[in-house]
Design a protein around this ligand. Structure first.
Ligand code: ZN
Length: 329
């Protein structure tokens, strides 16, 4: 389970980053809800059952698996991005150009962050799992939580976890509710239709809308004083060195790549969207230029990223991937 608050923040920051196409910036600023939806699109399926998720986390069990989460991350992920952009352009429902671009910009931010930070996250999780025998996926989740926390502290002076701001930011559709599976129908059609036309099946509209609702419940759950107290307890110099900046790595060396890849991809994505040519050749050209990992956003190759010390322990089988997907990937 990646840290969702970090994906939300990265989507926002990338949209305001100098050097990104002006029209993308404008769209992502004008349509913050769809920017956020795009930035969390890949991870939404992990928000199946919030109660279960909290319990597993508390018990340090491996992170929950999700069929759709695994598909989105590890079943031809670069092709899916090309497909999603094509779908955002050609979708016949009533979405404005700015809404479409915000959906694209958000999604691009998710992919750029996964591709550039997961190699570091996986390295830390593997190191810690070898030390204490707890599953790599638990450490994966923990590492991402610390990355997010220290980043938010450095950048904004406070963690978004344990603040009311996270409640607003986990609203990712324009119609939304804590209690009902509520989302405007064009966006439900876009999301499930885009998945259905790429994979051989699609989540039901009700299922997709239930992820949106759970995500909002998650926002409420981590906005309270308990989460805040916990966040204060975690921010020690020792943890900072363990997870964020040490003699082995510096988070910000990877972060620089996140921004660079995100910027490049926003331009490339906008050009691809505007060209309106979505045949195989055009898609392959986009994928080639994008440098998005073609196999697994959860365990990308890390090509071109800062080197990390060699590890002797073999990695766990990537926990997010059910057997059938592992074969595909
Ligand atoms: Zn992801």
């Amino acid at each position: 389970m990646p840290a969702p608050q970090f994906h939300l923040t990265f989507g926002e920051l990338l949209g305001a980053e100098p050097g990104t196409p002006r029209e993308m910036q404008q769209a992502m600023a004008d349509e913050p809800i769809y920017t956020r939806l795009g930035s969390i699109f890949h991870d939404l399926p992990y928000y199946g059952n919030m109660v279960l998720m909290a319990i597993r986390y508390g018990l340090k069990r491996p992170a929950e698996e999700s069929f759709w989460g695994a598909q989105l991350h590890a079943n031809r992920p670069a092709d899916f991005v090309a497909h999603y952009i094509a779908s955002a352009r050609t979708f016949e429902g009533p979405l404005s150009r700015a809404e479409r671009l915000a959906l694209v910009g958000g999604l691009i931010s998710h992919v750029a962050l996964d591709c550039t930070l997961h190699p570091l996250v996986n390295w830390i999780a593997r190191r810690d799992s070898a030390l204490d025998g707890v599953s790599e996926s638990h450490h994966h989740r923990l590492t991402e939580k610390y990355h997010s926390m220290f980043f938010h502290l450095d950048r904004f002076g406070e963690d978004v976890i344990g603040s009311l701001a996270i409640r607003r930011r986990t609203v990712i559709t324009k119609a939304s509710s804590y209690l009902r599976r509520n989302a405007e129908s064009p966006i439900v059609q876009f999301a499930t239709g885009t998945m259905g036309s790429f994979y051989d099946r699609a989540p039901k509209p009700r299922e997709w809308a239930s992820w949106v609702r759970s995500f909002r419940q998650f926002g409420r759950m981590v906005s309270g004083p308990m989460a805040r107290r916990n966040s204060f307890k975690l921010r020690t110099p020792a943890q900072r060195e363990h997870y964020f900046q040490s003699s082995d790595f510096d988070f910000y060396d990877f972060w620089a790549h996140s921004l660079r890849m995100g910027r490049d991809l926003l331009q490339l994505g906008l050009d691809f969207f505007d060209a309106g040519q979505f045949d195989d050749t055009a898609r392959q050209r986009f994928i080639q230029a994008s440098r998005i990992d073609r196999k697994n956003l959860g365990a990308p190759s890390g090509e071109g990223l800062p080197a990390l010390p060699a590890q002797t322990t073999a990695p766990d089988a990537p926990s997010e991937l059910p057997a059938e997907v592992r074969r595909v990937a």
